[in-house]
Design a protein around this ligand. Structure first.
Ligand code: SF4
Length: 434
């Protein structure tokens, strides 16, 4: 039997797809790519934008055409919030939401045997337990994603995720540490702690255990060289937190702090929980305490009601604080959110113009940040060959600068002391120091 996966959306979905694939392999399935004919297709959906919904629906029809007899299972955020709609799409046999992914094989077998559609979507607001969905057989031995938390309590006005994933639930610290040890034994050098709202890790655990407590314990585990945190809410970095994390040896000095807007009025409409001044102070404190720290961000262009003046405030704010990389997104209304109902939606041309201006600003700032490191040395963790040239390898410095170096020996999964030489488009060239 063959199973194929389609994964839309974020890192958490990618992690969960890998874990589901393992469950099928254990039952004797062969995993094939989704452009091939398979007996079972699992579509792991995303609902972060209307586009995510549309793509999810398109993928269902696409795989249906590849094998009309196949079992199609739709799981994830979109099926959590729109199970009714999905159940009416021709050919869908199994619908799970964001919970129950660990039982995917069981539900697929049931649909096969009972020859009827199965809907097993749990209520994410009553079922608050963290679903253990571990990956045991890792293919790649360089970086491992480790999901430590699910859900979000923030309710930003443009986001549907809290409705799809429910409130915060954390993986028990003992289980996280066990997994980190296992990954170290398997030879992984770097671990990326990920979740839907990682900064909230621990709010559902008794006592004062939080993400910093977890990082401090991971720091002591032998074998792992680097720990990264995926995207993190800026408000996590209080003075006390910065002081504690600045003494950690393995935590990489790279933080992705989603800003979304540099204008306080826009931030308020977004229901973000900080002001631009607070964000600026967090960036300042991180830079003062952590050497060569890289701070990257996400920005939304054309949020409802964003006037030219508000946009200019955001633009000038970003120009001033000079982050090392910015991901720019044009606002796209998400049905079912407050922002989608707001008056003064920004027209497409204006969004395009603003997004272009921010992308240009980013290109200059990214180059400026990377240039600072020309002529310095850094420990680079090489991950793969670059552009299929077997003598060129790409990897990342602890502060997430991409480096490409030439070498006759295989550098994959190795940490090498590297001299940073020249700037290319979005990376630096390097030379291995013997
Ligand atoms: S913090 Fe805001 S944007 Fe992020 S998942 Fe929660 S509600 Fe969505």
């Amino acid at each position: 039997m063959k199973v194929a996966f389609v994964t839309l959306g974020c890192r958490v979905n990618q992690y969960e797809t890998e874990a589901m694939a393992e469950k099928f392999i254990k039952e004797g399935y062969q995993v094939v790519t989704h452009s091939n004919a398979a007996d079972v297709y699992v579509i792991n959906t995303c609902t972060v934008t209307n586009m995510g919904d549309r793509k999810s629906r398109q993928m269902i029809s696409k795989v249906k055409k590849l094998n009309g007899e196949a079992i199609i299972a739709v799981v994830g955020c979109y099926s959590q919030v729109a199970s009714n709609k999905i159940s009416k799409i021709d050919g869908v046999d199994v619908i799970l939401g964001t919970k129950n992914k660990g039982q995917i094989v069981y539900f697929v077998n049931r649909a096969m045997n009972e020859k009827k559609q199965i809907i097993a979507v749990k209520d994410v607001f009553t079922d608050k337990a963290f679903e253990e969905l571990n990956i045991e057989e890792y293919q790649d031995k360089t970086r491992a994603f480790l999901k430590i938390q699910d859900g979000c309590n923030r309710f930003c006005s443009y986001c549907l995720i809290p409705y799809a994933r429910g409130g915060v639930c954390s993986k028990e610290p003992e289980k996280v540490l066990e997994e980190v040890k296992k990954l170290a034994d398997h030879g992984f050098k770097e671990i990326i702690l990920s979740g839907i709202h990682t900064a909230s890790y621990g709010v559902d655990i008794k006592g004062n255990y939080n993400l910093v407590s977890l990082l401090e314990e991971i720091d002591k585990i032998q074998g792992i060289n680097r720990v990264r945190i995926g995207s993190i809410d800026p408000t996590f970095f209080t003075e006390g937190v910065i002081e504690r994390i600045s003494s950690l040896k393995k935590l990489c000095p790279h933080f992705h702090l989603s800003l979304q807007s540099g204008c306080d009025e826009t931030l308020e409409r977004m229901n973000r929980k900080y002001t631009s001044e607070e964000y600026k102070n967090i960036v300042r404190d991180l830079r003062n305490s952590i050497k060569d720290v890289s701070i990257t961000t996400d920005v939304i262009a054309g949020f409802p009601g964003e006037t030219d003046e508000e946009f200019n405030i955001t633009y000038n704010f970003l120009k001033k604080i000079k982050l090392s990389k910015m991901h720019i997104f044009k606002y796209s209304p998400r049905e079912g959110t407050k922002a989608a109902e707001m008056k003064n939606q920004v027209d497409g041309n204006t969004k395009e113009k603003r997004s272009k201006a921010l992308i240009e600003l980013n290109n200059g700032l990214e180059r400026e940040f990377n240039s600072r490191f020309i002529g310095t040395k850094a420990e680079v963790l090489y991950e793969d060959v670059f552009k299929e040239d077997n003598n060129l390898y790409e990897g990342y410095t602890p502060n997430y600068i991409k480096v490409v170096s030439r070498s006759n020996k295989n550098l994959c999964s190795k940490i090498e002391n590297t001299k940073l030489l020249e700037i290319e488009d979005e990376y630096l060239t390097g030379e291995i120091i013997n």
